[in-house]
Write a protein that binds this ligand. Structure first.
Ligand SMILES: NC(=O)c1ccc[n+]([C@@H]2O[C@H](COP(=O)([O-])OP(=O)(O)OC[C@H]3O[C@@H](n4cnc5c(N)ncnc54)[C@H](OP(=O)(O)O)[C@@H]3O)[C@@H](O)[C@H]2O)c1
Length: 250
């Protein structure tokens, strides 16, 4: 029986040939992560709900081996996705939970529908995908990378549903890290500040893209976590705009 140090050593490797599933891969941060990993030689599985943008993403991401139109809030969809990964590829090295939505409204105007959409997409999806991925990840030395937010740590006004979902997702991520250590699976939380994607349209004030973190900057943080030697885990990476939290309404 290998001790924990030798077990981690057995898992040394690069991104070349790794099978990596990215949720929310059709645009924004997820697409940038998938492209960057593909350029490093990884084999990508791309997931989002809408087929047309997903197809456009497949055409841009080198090393795509599979794509699946999947709603990660739906247990049946998630079950089908991982059954297909098992059948067609047979293993998974890295799960990247990135799919997310954002609502910018005062609490009194936040509807139950807004609340559920944020909680289900940003938190419940991580429960569903990670539980479904574990039997495939256990056979290798896996990584789970959760794309969370500065809103996992800091409460900004007008972001109640999003903040509740992202605080919860950070708590879940920390529990998973401790539970999955025994199986040599590393768990990393990436916390971007405001990033230049379509999501910024949700704000009711103008934002200049050049002031924000770029999706490629978040992708670079993901790579830096994955290429660490197995003995080291980048547990949490905060990637903020150098100008500070832009227009955060504080
Ligand atoms: N942009 C920011 O300022 C910022 C800052 C911090 C953290 N983040 C986090 O980064 C992640 C990505 O955000 P982004 O800015 O790149 O957003 P985005 O441009 O709006 O992209 C979101 C992606 O998630 C997919 N998606 C949404 N709901 C889904 C569902 N139920 N099932 C499957 N896929 C779903 C979307 O495709 P479909 O609509 O086709 O499904 C799309 O591919 C999110 O978790 C977000 O909270 C963003």
């Amino acid at each position: 029986m290998p001790n924990s140090e030798s077990r981690f050593r057995l898992c040394m490797g690069t991104l070349e040939g790794k099978v990596i599933l990215v949720t929310g891969a059709s645009r924004g941060i997820g697409l940038a992560i998938a492209k960057t990993l593909g350029q490093e030689g990884a084999r990508l599985i791309l997931v989002a709900r809408n087929r047309r943008p997903l197809g456009q993403a497949v055409a841009q991401v080198p090393g795509t081996v599979m794509s699946a139109a999947t709603d990660v809030t739906k247990p049946g969809d998630v079950k089908r996705l991982f059954a297909a990964v098992k059948k067609r590829i047979g293993r998974l090295d890295v799960l990247i939970n990135n799919a997310g939505v954002f609502t910018y409204k005062p609490f009194r105007k936040t509807t139950l529908e807004d609340w559920r959409r944020n909680l289900e997409t940003n938190l419940t999806s991580i429960f569903l995908t990670t539980q479904a991925a574990l039997p495939l990840l256990k056979r290798s030395c896996g990584d789970v990378v959760n794309i969370l937010s500065i809103s996992s740590r800091v409460a900004f006004p007008n972001c109640s549903a999003y903040t509740a979902s992202k605080f919860g997702a950070l708590g879940l991520t920390d529990v998973l890290r401790r539970e999955l250590r025994a199986q040599s699976i590393r768990v990393t939380a990436i916390l971007p500040g405001m990033t230049n994607t379509r999501m910024k349209k949700e704000f009711d004030f103008p934002l200049h893209g050049q002031d924000l973190v770029q999706p490629e900057d978040v992708a670079a943080a993901v790579i830096s976590a994955l290429v660490q030697p197995r003995r080291a885990t980048m547990e949490e990476i905060l990637v903020m705009p150098s100008r500070g939290a832009v227009g955060a309404g504080e």
